[in-house]
Write a protein that binds this ligand. Sequence first.
Ligand code: PRP
Ligand code: URA
Length: 225
Amino acid sequence: MPDAISIPSTSARPIPATFHVSTHPAVAHKLALLRDTSTEPKKFRELVREISWLLGYEALADARTKPISVETPLETTPGAELADRIGLIPILRAGLGMVDAMLELMPTAEVWHLGLFRDERTLRPVEYYNKLPDTATVDLCLILDPMLATGGSATAAIEVLKNWGARRIKLINLIAAPEGVHAVADAHPDVEMYCAALDRQLNEKGYILPGLGDAGDRQFGTSHR
Ligand code: PRP
Ligand code: URA
């Protein structure tokens, strides 16, 4: 049997420079609604989508472009076209709700699903779905998962992508705990993290405080399971 959960205390450590929290007022406003326990799944899904779009916009600020020429109705002008092949990697289940927003931003992105769930006793990630092709097909991978708690799922997903051949990886979460931020930064100091809030800590069951509860259950209406 694996060891039962042990959550390291990280409160004294400085937050790494690879971690970015949005300061946009629209993100703060929507996040407060998302956290609210009275927010129903339909509204919750809308908010996940809206915040994801705003975070994706910030995370993609350094995506590479190449110059093109554009014919306006009046004259020819220089323009830009995305040069990076972008891969979206939603972590099932909860990351699914972030995909549509990111595809609105980057319509040509490829979507590669990864299935991971946390074992509720050990909090270690268990992989149950992975259909990545043999070699990497994209230049920049964006991992999509609303919650960064212990960091076990994110770290495992990054390892899968690096083994696949991915060179540039960014992690997009809605809410992060310090424990997860440090776990990712320690294991993968090259991975930039973007999120809407850095919360206080994990509770003894590995849930983020104050958090929003279980992001998958709240999106898909399965809180009673
Ligand atoms: C949640 C969340 C992350 C993971 C975060 O998924 O969506 O994937 O927990 O926790 P960690 O940082 O401690 O690994 P969950 O395992 O609840 O699966 P679900 O999305 O299917 O509900
Ligand atoms: N997964 C969630 O959905 N919520 C948490 O607070 C931690 C992990």
